[in-house]
Design a protein around this ligand. Structure first.
Ligand code: NZQ
Ligand code: ZN
Length: 388
């Protein structure tokens, strides 16, 4: 196991009706003037936004509203939010929504305390300070409610990039599984795929002697595999959605990734897909992850066999471990299909002839991406082709 620091300061408020306590917690965490940030229409239609406003009013906390965050959130609204924060002396950002709203809120919170262009953070500058951000989560997926990262697409060039910094970890996150009951099945499945991908980016590692995090990863995956079909077929089953919601958080606050090298090549390849075609992040991952696995499997057949046996219940073929390894990948792909995910380019609306553009947009040059296997531009091209 490698040396590590682990900082996860978020205060989690989990369960039915907990969004009605938003005002109390904003006050407790020092917010006096709030930017209330939300997405398109779901939080308005469900009445959630009104409940949150009532809660803020109940504590005499003033707020300025900024809605309209799109999936794959854009830079334009971030600039607008930063401007509002500076002009209105906002001291707290409250995100009501999914990963896109939360990521937009984090970008605004960092930009509000920065004199330069907030995009600097998405091109390599570490975020050292930000206004406090809190979240009321409406979709279990990205894990941004507990993570130190944010992903934004810049409209100039449609580049989708991420920024990092512990200052971006939410001060509190309210997780009420009932808020996810209104999600379309497809969106629930996209979220489930994303959280599985967050575990897998950590699971496939070259670091040795990491049994604790291996087992945590496997436990999260087994939970998701059990609960996902219920959550999708019974949109109001509280138990399944509660387990899925917490799985999405532990999959990405890094508790299962500390002390080990992590990969993240698949996420970067997916970000190019969602930047070019504006597809849901989870759907793009469902297409890219099996392709990546097929390409890198021979690098460590025994790790893939372990994944097959411990997560998918395959029987170990000691004579031919590669057979077991392949079986695990096939079961994973079958699972994705069973929850309604696309697994090939055409199902996403992606085109083989765009592969050179996708690769070029990654701007790898002579660099590589990933750590389990360090992928060159040529490798990435092959993986995209496997996804076709
Ligand atoms: O805008 P509204 O109307 O709310 O609709 C949203 C949106 O269309 C809808 N939705 C959300 N909650 C709902 C609901 N509809 C009905 N009922 C509800 N309760 O769902 C759609 C998708 O929302 P979005 O926030 O985009 O989904 P998700 O949470 O999957 O976030 C995806 C974004 O997160 C980034 C992705 O790249 C993508 O941009 N990621 C962020 C990470 C992070 N910050 O740590 C890590 C991830 O790897 C990921 O890259
Ligand atoms: Zn993701």
């Amino acid at each position: 196991m490698n040396n590590f620091n682990f900082y996860s300061p978020t205060y989690f408020i989990f369960g039915k009706g907990r969004e009605n306590e938003a005002g109390k917690y904003v006050k407790r965490f020092g917010g006096t003037k709030v930017l209330l940030h939300f997405g398109g229409s779901s939080a308005i239609k469900s009445g959630l936004l009104d409940r949150v406003k009532n809660s803020l009013n109940g504590e005499d906390i003033s707020f300025v509203e900024l809605g309209g965050v799109m999936p794959n959130p854009r830079s334009g609204l971030v600039y607008k939010g930063i401007d509002i924060c500076k002009k209105e002396s906002i001291d707290f950002v409250l995100a009501v929504g999914g990963g896109s709203v939360i990521d937009s809120a984090k970008a605004i919170a960092a930009g509000a305390l920065y004199e330069g262009d907030f995009w600097d953070f998405y091109t390599g500058k570490k975020v050292e300070k930000a206004l406090p951000v809190a979240t009321i989560l409406t979709i279990a997926a990205a894990g941004s409610e507990g993570s130190s990262s944010t992903v934004i697409t810049h409209e100039n060039g449609m580049l989708k990039r991420s920024a990092e910094g512990n200052a971006l970890r939410p001060v509190f996150s309210i997780l009420n599984p009932e808020l996810t009951f209104t999600l379309p099945a497809y969106q629930t499945a996209c979220g489930i795929t994303d959280m599985m991908a967050h575990v897998l980016e950590r699971y496939f590692t070259n670091t040795q002697e990491v049994e604790i995090t291996d087992r945590l990863c496997e436990g999260i995956l087994l939970t998701i595999i059990k609960e996902a079909p219920v959550a999708i077929s019974e949109p109001t089953s509280y138990g399944a959605h509660a387990n899925i919601m917490w799985a999405g958080m532990v999959a990405h606050n890094d508790i299962c990734g500390v002390g080990r090298e992590q990969d993240w090549a698949t996420h970067q390849m997916e970000h190019e897909l969602s930047a070019l075609y504006d597809v849901a992040h989870g759907a793009g991952l469902a297409v890219m992850f099996p392709a990546w696995m097929k390409f890198v499997m021979n690098h460590d057949v025994m790790r893939f066999a372990q994944f097959a046996v411990r997560v998918w219940g395959c029987e170990m073929d000691f004579q031919h471990p590669e057979t077991t390894a392949k079986e695990g990948i096939a079961k994973f792909e079958q699972f994705l299909i069973s929850i309604g995910m696309p697994v090939r380019f055409a199902e996403l609306g992606a085109k083989a002839e765009d592969i050179p553009t996708l690769v070029k947009n990654m701007r790898l040059g002579n660099h590589t991406v990933g750590s389990f296997v360090k992928l060159t531009e040529k490798d990435v091209t092959e993986i995209y082709k496997l996804a076709v």
